[in-house]
Design a protein around this ligand. Structure first.
Ligand SMILES: [Zn+2]
Length: 294
């Protein structure tokens, strides 16, 4: 379900490519299950519900979409493994619910190129035929990708090979829509990115700020609220856990100073919240929540 609000004068929407089921150990790393299952109850296969949210910003530079979810190129077997049903065009449907179509998107900002963020960049030209050509899902958009992320995705290693798929970005290169950027970006008035290495070497978070109001889209720097409450809780997916922790510490301090609205990309329960003081440091006070197991 989409959520719409304003940050100062900037209209923002949280849209979603839907939900998948992922092993809880992936998101909570070294944390014993007896601790993380107090945050989120797993199913009988130890899987937890993981949302694939995107941020949509009606900015001075046009309509900006941050990340594109898993998309529709998965095989039936992949979908089964991810606990996904057969529904398609989920992100496009959510865009429609807030009054937009994929053709309206001017900028697609990729926080990074992992499959559950970049899969929706493209789709099969014949949805029923996985041997058909992958084509851009947002035909009028520039797709922005960090140079270092592009290099990591293009030359994966044993650890990263399972999540980087050229069909998610090669069609964008061919169509001239892929734009390589270096470092922090000012995308529009009040909209900027910051690279926060850890999950990958150049993953980005996104700030939207106007009139003394702030939003921080954390992406996979803190994909669940529990990751910002507890700095030591780092997903197994992160390539450099100690840098993740330092990045989270800095983001948490900035978010607290600005009383920023935090958006959690994957949290199956907490969509947004703000930091309040707790007995052991800042903790998330949830604002928008969803049923983990509807
Ligand atoms: Zn992710």
């Amino acid at each position: 379900m989409p959520y719409s609000f304003q940050i100062g004068s900037i209209p923002c929407h949280i849209v979603s490519d839907g939900r998948q089921l992922v092993d809880g150990g992936g998101f909570f790393g070294l944390v014993p299950r007896v601790l993380w299952e107090r945050v989120i109850r797993p199913d009988d296969k130890n899987r937890i519900p993981v949302q694939m949210r995107s941020l949509l910003v009606q900015s001075s530079a046009g309509l900006i979409l941050v990340d594109t979810g898993q998309g529709d190129k998965l095989t039936a077997r992949d979908r089964r493994n991810f606990g996904m049903d057969d529904s398609s065009r989920r992100l496009a449907a959510d865009l429609g619910r807030v009054g937009f179509s994929p053709e309206d998107v001017d900028i697609v900002l990729m926080t990074h190129l992992h499959g559950d963020h970049a899969g929706g960049c493209t789709h099969w030209s014949d949805p029923a035929d996985p041997d058909s050509e992958a084509v851009p899902s947002f035909p009028n958009a520039r797709y922005l990708v960090q140079r270092l992320e592009m290099a990591d995705a293009s030359f994966p290693n044993e650890r990263t090979r399972g999540t980087y798929f050229p069909q998610n970005w090669e069609p964008l290169r061919r169509s001239g829509q892929l734009e390589i950027v270096d470092g922090d970006q000012n995308l529009a008035a009040g909209v900027r990115t910051v690279t926060v290495p850890g999950h990958t070497d150049s993953i980005q978070a996104v700030w939207v700020e106007d009139g003394g109001h702030s939003l921080l889209f954390l992406g996979d720097t803190c994909s669940w609220a529990a990751h910002i409450d507890r700095l030591a809780w780092v997903p197994s997916f992160d390539l450099d856990p100690m840098r993740s922790i330092e990045g989270k510490r800095a983001l948490r301090q900035q978010a607290q100073e600005k009383n920023a609205l935090l958006v959690f990309q994957h949290d199956g329960q907490i969509v947004t919240g703000r930091l309040v003081s707790g007995s052991r440091g800042p903790v998330v006070d949830a604002e928008i929540t969803e049923d983990a197991w509807p």
